[in-house]
Write a protein that binds this ligand. Structure first.
Ligand code: SAM
Length: 273
């Protein structure tokens, strides 16, 4: 079974090897067969297609496995980029690997890594996050956990959620450096580099597809750490008249940590007294 990368915009990113493999295999499992057919037509590939997406993955996955076990070869493709990265494929790989089938990568375009390498942010340690949770509550909890990580963070998000998502990131992460990588490999490719808070002002319509790369939490690496402790800063905000929730939010921003970290720190402090 071959996991075959396809372009994320620019057809010239199709590799020679991907074209050969897609021609040679017995069948191609594709997320959207109509979409993939256009790609195959462009490269004069006539291999039969089978639909394999989130809705039919269990049933079709079993069929594909049977074909593999009968000695046929299968290439898996998604609509764009690497299959199994925020796209169907991972379950099929698990199924095939468990059954002792050889799984080969046919590498190529990927939006996350293309965005990261051009971001100008730290590329030595990074976390690929992909799409954040859909519900607001889950998303906030998820982001609060992530806010303590010092790795560069890579997010995918749909265009119509971008502004709201940037606001949430600013609120929870503080005003960190970030990069919007837009329409990668396409005619209107653009990298917008700024602080989270200012990014929104620089975005123009239509948004197109984009990846958000955010600097990791650098608090622990700062040479000049805030002179005061978390409880001291909290006390100061409360004395200034802020309610507890706002004081926690402001303290979290100042220390570039999540509100949960502030809560835990206060809890620890009160237990120690
Ligand atoms: N499997 C793909 C890969 O390897 O990159 C990712 C597919 S995921 C369903 C789609 C998301 O990837 C989009 O919402 C966007 O965040 C990102 N993406 C895909 N193509 C892109 C492009 N040309 N420019 C910027 N982001 C892109």
């Amino acid at each position: 079974m071959y996991l075959c990368a396809t372009p994320i915009g620019n057809l010239e990113d199709m590799t020679f090897r991907a074209i050969r493999i897609l021609r040679e295999v017995d069948i191609i499992a594709a997320e959207d067969t109509r979409h993939t057919r256009k790609l195959l037509t462009h490269f004069d590939i006539h291999t039969p297609l089978i639909r394999f997406d989130e809705n039919c993955k269990t049933e079709v996955g079993e069929k594909i496995l049977t074909r593999l076990q009968n000695g046929e070869s299968v290439a898996v493709v998604s609509d764009a980029g690497l299959p199994a990265i925020s796209d169907p494929g991972a379950d099929l790989v698990r199924l095939a690997a468990d059954a002792g089938i050889t799984v080969c990568p046919i590498p190529g375009a990927n939006a996350a890594l293309s965005a990261l390498i051009c971001s100008g942010l730290d590329t030595t340690k990074f976390t690929f996050v992909g799409f954040p949770p859909k519900t607001k509550k889950n998303r906030r909890e998820f982001l609060e956990k992530l806010s303590a990580i010092d790795n560069t963070l890579i997010f995918y998000e749909a265009p119509h959620h971008l502004i709201n998502f940037l606001d949430e990131l600013t609120e929870i992460f503080g005003d960190r450096r970030a990069v919007l990588a837009r329409e990668l490999t396409k005619v209107h490719e653009e990298f917008i580099r700024d602080n989270l808070r200012s990014l929104t002002e620089k975005i123009s319509e239509p948004l197109g597809e984009f990846v958000i790369v955010v600097e990791g939490n650098k608090t622990s690496c700062l040479i000049e750490k805030p002179a005061a402790t978390i409880p001291e800063v909290m006390e100061k905000f409360l004395a200034e008249g802020l309610d507890k929730k706002s004081a926690m939010r402001e303290t979290a921003k100042l220390f570039n940590v999540s509100r949960r970290d502030i809560y835990n720190s206060l809890l620890k402090d009160s237990e120690e007294v």
